[in-house]
Write a protein that binds this ligand. Structure first.
Ligand code: CA
Length: 239
């Protein structure tokens, strides 16, 4: 489904998870459930969620440890986190926010409050305006002039490849499934097939030349733009 924010719910108590999932689903979100940090990490590796609802007390790594780790990871550092916890005192709240949580909800909470917080956090984290200049390594994109350069050499792109690159550069290091890219880049043109994404990714990669190596295929998951490739090692490169 399109335009439905993906929310990862990390909660070890099935009854609470079920309640949260049902309410999120009814409110137009796409929730997935992970009962511990290991499962949550697997879900994140498969597709980066738009928001994480994170219980504090979990088997294995605590929510606090997970929040710290995800904040430190380039792929998840921009993903909003709302902590869920029975620990309601101020010191805990501060610890949660210090660990990188965007908001905090004390159990027991009303589902209405939860949904309001989710919406508020997603609104605050809405992507920057389209006028922000983007820079990933030596790759630069200027949305005002629509100019794309790599190592100061101009790169010519079709409109779809341009929008695709702009989106990927705005969400660097994150893995995007084909469905997510369709949603974000093509919007509500629902008749477009996921295979179309592959075609445009291929074109974009070709147009980028040496920088094309930055656009990685993540097997079974989708695509990622990364600055963490050593372009200098490409034997086809002249410098
Ligand atoms: Ca718990």
């Amino acid at each position: 489904m399109r335009n439905m924010p993906a929310i990862l719910v990390v909660e070890d108590e099935p009854a609470i998870a079920e309640l949260v999932l049902v309410n999120l689903r009814h409110s137009g979100f796409r929730p997935t459930w992970a009962m511990d940090g290991v499962t949550a990490q697997r879900e994140i590796d498969a597709a980066t969620p738009d928001l994480i609802l994170l219980d504090w007390m979990l088997p294995g790594d605590s929510g606090l440890q997970l929040a710290k780790r995800w904040r430190g990871d380039v792929r998840t550092k921009e993903v909003p986190i709302i902590m869920l916890t029975a620990r309601g005192d101020e010191a805990d709240r501060v610890a949660g926010l210090d660990a990188g949580a965007d908001d905090y909800i004390a159990k027991p909470f009303s589902t209405r409050e939860l949904l309001a917080r989710v919406r508020a956090v997603l609104r605050r984290k809405a992507p920057q305006t389209d006028e922000t200049k983007l820079e990933v390594g030596a790759l630069k994109l200027d949305p005002v002039t629509h100019r794309v350069t790599f190592e100061d050499q101009a790169i010519k792109l079709g409109p779809t490849e341009y929008r695709l690159l702009q989106y990927l550069m705005g969400h660097v290091e994150r893995v995007h499934s084909r469905a997510q890219l369709l949603d974000k880049v093509w919007g509500d043109q629902v008749y477009i097939e996921e295979r179309t994404v592959d075609v445009h990714v291929k074109r974009l990669r070709e147009a980028l030349g040496a920088a094309g190596a930055m656009l990685e295929t993540v097997r079974g998951a989708g695509y990622r733009l990364t600055a963490e490739v050593n372009l200098a090692q490409d034997p086809g490169r002249s410098k």
